[in-house]
Design a protein around this ligand. Sequence first.
Ligand SMILES: Cc1cc2nc3c(=O)[nH]c(=O)nc-3n(C[C@H](O)[C@H](O)[C@H](O)COP(=O)(O)O)c2cc1C
Length: 217
Amino acid sequence: MVVLADLGFSEGMIYEVIVCTYNKDGSSNAAPMGVVMRGSEYIVLTIYNSSSTLRNMQVCRSATLNFTDNLDFFFQAAFKDAVLPMDWFEKSCIVNAPQLKLADATIALSLEDCTVFDVQKTRVTGKIQHIAALNVYPKGYCRAKAAVLEAIIHATRVKALIGNEKEQNYLVKLLVLIQNCYEIVNRCAPNSCYAELMSDLQKKIDMWSHFKHESLR
Ligand SMILES: Cc1cc2nc3c(=O)[nH]c(=O)nc-3n(C[C@H](O)[C@H](O)[C@H](O)COP(=O)(O)O)c2cc1C
């Protein structure tokens, strides 16, 4: 059987995956989240209390963690401006959750514990039921990939905080960090799918800023 170490997991490091769960209406949900291993059998997630993933995991008591380096999944699942394509998903044979058909590896997880951290976040511990992994070729490392992922994470915070007057200094910091990612992408991978994702991200941020200014009028 595949074990966490085979997927490159080490204690104390955060790995970015796509968490898939079932919504209340039975449709499939996906969201990027950071996960940490706890021993060889458990995974810990820290999830915003407002997220559908947390609610879904509490109801269905399970989820799948899907490994992919296709950033389109991260982009679409983070913002969900359109309904997620249902052909992304198939039913897990192991737990009551969907999984990504195109994942390089999938961990089936059952909910073990939920501990509320504070008003914002809950720590969720899941027990690993099964790990499946493909044998895939190694991929060349291009810095643009990490820069885009970083920018998407910052942008999820921008989206959440853009209307919050108390967080304007933090927002400015986030926008500078995104600009830095933009420069890395344009240096390391101009005219690539990564440059395209950065441009889509910039359009989203411009749209959120526009709505904010409209609502202040
Ligand atoms: C790479 C990446 C990692 C993220 N990690 C987390 C996380 O650990 N916990 C969390 O609550 N949100 C995290 N987010 C933000 C959520 O993915 C985002 O808020 C999403 O819209 C939540 O979707 P949901 O409401 O369907 O659960 C992350 C976003 C990205 C792009």
